[in-house]
Design a protein around this ligand. Structure first.
Ligand code: ATP
Length: 309
């Protein structure tokens, strides 16, 4: 898989605060990466650095092979960015907003085609003559995303794009992101609504306190690796020992009634694991894929990190 985004030891300080602490990762072309972490984790700072809007204290950032710090203008051609608190020119029509964004991205010549195509993709084709200030929250969000991608970037970076949207608008957004991915775009999306990210994310990147805790592919990306959850009653220590002794179980997170872990094996191996636990007289109440892989993994990662700290 080709690398589209590469961060190397990215470090960023605000006065008195280390917002990013030597973050390194590679993001595959054509992936949709969910950037998650508690408030103040550094998500917005990472996105702003990636888009060349903040200059890091140290480290390198490359997008599609272009160094963002050395060549910000060239990298901007590859990048689209939706800020968490975006503004629209309220008095401009949607058509004018998109033309303005196109000009700001340095697009020259006839803009009718790109404006019409982008508006159509975002379901805004019948809104082009409406004032941005007269649109609902969901439609404004779509105009802002249309502005961010009018220049057909290879990478779209969206900071909490679904904030304030109703469930139907969020679903529409998820469908759009999958369509953009199918068209070859790479997306990095932050959100606190994990169930929504789960609808489209292929990867998860967890930040906390400016540090990268985890970067992993989500379920469905590999048949041989899945996140399982089981509920049980009784002896948590015995269950932890049994699971902890297995080489095909990793990342075990266990509470008094529930265990979540990564399992490296196919369905037969999964069935064999269940048999092993039942034969060991452990009272298993339910067993299967974690219903919410992203949420389960996120809570397990953050929980393990805090326990370690
Ligand atoms: P949220 O989920 O709340 O949006 P976040 O993960 O996006 O948070 P950042 O906004 O990147 O986190 O903030 C990372 C850290 O940097 C926090 O401790 C925050 O208080 C601090 N910070 C952010 N912006 C500034 C600023 N302009 N000046 C000083 N400190 C800042």
């Amino acid at each position: 898989m080709r690398t589209m985004i590469e961060l190397t030891d990215l470090t960023f300080d605000y006065p008195g605060i280390r917002a990013l602490d030597a973050v390194s990762c590679r993001i595959d072309a054509g992936s949709i990466t969910a950037l998650v972490g508690p408030n103040g984790a550094g998500k917005t700072t990472l996105m702003r650095c990636l888009c060349g809007l903040e200059r890091p204290l140290a480290g390198r950032i490359s997008v599609d092979g272009i160094d963002v710090i050395d060549e910000p203008r060239r990298s901007h051609e590859r990048l689209g960015y939706l800020s968490d608190f975006f503004g629209l020119y309220e008095d401009l029509t949607v058509d004018r907003c998109l033309r303005h964004a196109a000009a700001a991205h340095g697009m020259r010549g006839a803009l009718d085609g790109p404006v019409r195509d982008t508006a159509t993709r975002l379901g805004l084709a019948d809104r082009l003559d409406q004032r941005a200030g007269d649109l609902s929250r969901g439609l404004r969000q779509r105009v802002a995303i249309a502005q961010a991608m009018i220049h057909a970037p290879r990478v779209l970076v969206l900071d909490e794009p679904a904030a304030g949207l109703d469930p139907e608008a969020r679903h529409t957004l998820a469908t759009l992101f999958r369509a953009l991915q199918a068209g070859g775009m790479t997306l990095l999306v932050s959100s606190h609504i994990l169930s929504e990210l789960e609808q489209y994310a292929t990867h998860m990147l967890v930040l906390e306190g400016g540090r990268l805790l985890e970067h992993r592919a989500l379920a469905g990306m590999s048949d041989q690796r899945r996140t399982l959850a089981l509920t049980f009653s009784g002896d948590a220590a015995a269950l932890a020992a049994r699971l902890g002794a297995r080489s095909d179980v990793q990342g075990l997170d266990i509470t008094p009634a529930r265990a979540v872990f990564d399992f490296a094996g196919d369905e037969r191996a999964q069935a064999a694991l269940l048999r092993d636990l039942v034969l060991a007289d452990l009272a298993i109440l339910s067993f299967g894929p974690a219903s919410s892989d992203l949420q389960a993994r996120y809570l397990a990662t953050v929980g393990q990190h805090r326990a370690g700290a």
